[in-house]
Design a protein around this ligand. Structure first.
Ligand SMILES: Cc1cc2nc3c(=O)[nH]c(=O)nc-3n(C[C@H](O)[C@H](O)[C@H](O)COP(=O)(O)OP(=O)(O)OC[C@H]3O[C@@H](n4cnc5c(N)ncnc54)[C@H](O)[C@@H]3O)c2cc1C
Length: 497
């Protein structure tokens, strides 16, 4: 008998979502990720959980409605990771007319369920906080509700839930070769050791690597795909209000500028065709300038490429245009036959519809195994067992229990771990109870938790994915963190992850 019912190659959002869904339906699952969870395109998404105004403009009404329904699901199952925000589009006489924008947004409200998020509204920016950061000529803006998500933590917490339901999650495990018969035999290099894994079915969820893994590892005809690169920039905070700004760019694209980690602003996206090694995706100088120019059309405070403190780039696959579905839905294929064990290939797609995509992927295996019904829309992710409009109450409750926590620190911890923050802070009565401090925010207790429960192995896994504290941490603290993790690694190797 095969070791597993399903082996998933790739630990991005698509891979972990399939692992969670399948493990919860009773399948024996292993996920193989060559590096860290979410270290590919999934850490460089635009972080939006939305119906997508661009899709609305293309008159894809059913798709918008479906994505808005998914937005409600995310608010229900991940209230710590998903934040409702007011999005503001300043009206611009050179672009879409005010009438056009207003009618879009009324339709957007109609397509969404009544879930407690405020409806769209017209605001006079000369007398509204939204206007403070904008250049003078803007008189009107339109506000509407959508959400932003911590994309990297979404990946990790989905994997944590998959593991809690029995999936084996292997990071640092690269699949190098596969033989296909009535079952799959996969050769992996797992943290330096050769390991053979057998499985009744395989899912190729390797993002930008999909074609090369199909061709060289699985040795099946590669799907017809185009590689696309997506880029965003991070600059110091450009505005105080808690809005996401949506700018209409001269080329018809929508550019988003959102609050990022308290002191920064994230501006995106630029995108282009991608060629090269998906492990090394770098942003072109022209694209940095493009996003700076787009922001400078609207914000009072000018930014230049030299002000960019970090770029976020990722590559993924989109179906080639002829007959392809929308890139946001991604693609899904099932290949099987006599003596050929099933192979699912999942391609790209956006964050908002990732849960649904995984549900469909796993459902494709129902002819092959008995499995229980769909379930992921109802079960909260770890730490997400509270209502989304109680987030502030959770922060207050944390500050009541751990009185040494500052407002911002409590907010960061609850946003990252939800009710599981107690697993990190335990009975601590003062900061010293949490072990060494790496800067003002990160403690030994949190690092230990991330190594034991969330597969963090290297400083970057913590600084850029489990948290974003790499944006502000001083070099001396990084060095101390590196030494602390090196010491802790041998203890953790025999532990939970
Ligand atoms: C151009 C572009 C536009 C996008 N637009 C949007 C958008 O508008 N809205 C939105 O919400 N999202 C958007 N996204 C989506 C989002 O960033 C990701 O595509 C999504 O998170 C799904 O990623 P994934 O799991 O397919 O790929 P990835 O996150 O890249 O994961 C693939 C993983 O497979 C691993 N892997 C590869 N080969 C092997 C192997 N041999 N063995 C083991 N592991 C392997 C890699 O290390 C990697 O971690 C966009 C992405 C791109 C690139």
């Amino acid at each position: 008998m095969a070791d597993y019912d399903l082996a998933i190659i790739g630990g991005g959002l698509n891979g972990v979502s399939i692992a969670r869904d399948a493990a919860g339906r009773g399948l024996r699952v292993i996920l193989l990720e060559q590096g860290d969870l979410g270290a590919g395109a999934s850490q460089a998404s635009p972080r939006l959980i939305h119906g997508d105004l661009a899709d609305l403009e293309r008159r894809h009404f059913l798709r918008v409605r479906r994505a808005l329904a998914e937005r409600d699901v995310w608010l229900r199952i991940a209230p710590h990771l998903v934040r409702p925000m007011r999005f503001a589009i300043p009206a611009h006489s050179d672009e879409r007319t005010s009438l056009h924008l207003r009618s879009w947004l009324l339709l957007y409200d109609r397509l969404a369920a009544r879930n407690g998020l405020p409806a769209s509204a017209t605001v006079d920016v000369t007398h509204h906080p939204v206007g403070n950061a904008l250049k003078r000529p803007f008189g009107t803006a339109f506000e509407y509700s959508d959400c932003v998500v911590d994309d990297s933590r979404l990946v990790v917490l989905t994997a944590v839930d998959a593991a809690a339901r029995g999936a084996e999650i292997r990071t640092g495990a690269r699949c190098t070769r596969a033989e296909r018969g009535r079952e799959w035999r996969l050769v992996t290099i797992d943290r330096g050791f050769r390991r053979i894994v057998t499985a009744r079915a395989v899912a190729n969820a390797t993002g930008a690597w999909t074609s090369s893994v199909a061709e060289t590892v699985l040795r099946v005809p590669p799907p017809k795909l185009a590689a696309v690169q997506m880029d965003q920039i991070v600059v110091r905070r450009l505005f105080d209000s808690d809005n996401v700004y949506v700018f209409q760019n001269g080329d018809g694209r929508l550019i988003f500028a959102s609050p990022y980690q308290r002191d920064f602003t994230l501006i995106g996206n630029a995108s282009r065709a991608f060629k090269g090694d998906p492990a090394i995706v770098t942003m072109a100088a022209g694209d940095v300038a493009y996003l700076c120019d787009a922001a400078n059309r609207y914000f009072r405070e000018r930014i230049e490429p030299v002000d960019v403190v970090r770029t976020l780039s990722g590559a993924n696959m989109a179906m080639k245009p002829a007959g392809a579905p929308s890139p946001r839905d991604g693609g899904l294929t099932l290949d099987h036959g006599r003596g050929r064990a099933p192979l699912i290939t999942v391609i790209g797609g956006d964050v908002t519809t990732s849960r649904l995509r995984a549900e469909r992927a796993v459902s494709k295996l129902t002819p092959f195994y008995p499995m229980s019904a769909r379930w992921t829309a109802r079960a909260p992710l770890p730490g997400g067992d509270f209502a989304w409009d109680r987030f502030v109450n959770e922060v207050d409750a944390a500050r009541d229990r751990w009185r040494f926590l500052g407002e911002e620190q409590a907010r960061r911890l609850v946003a990252a771990y939800g009710t599981n923050v107690k697993a990190i802070l335990g009975d601590a009565r003062e900061p010293g109870d949490l072990g060494p401090a790496f800067g003002p925010e990160l403690t030994g207790a949190e690092v230990r938790y991330l190594m034991e429960k969330e597969w963090a192995r290297f400083p970057d896994d913590i600084l850029w994915r489990r948290t974003k504290l790499g944006l502000t941490m001083a070099q001396a603290d990084r060095d101390a963190l590196t030494a602390f993790m090196a010491k802790g690694a041998s203890a953790v190797r025999s532990g939970a992850c």
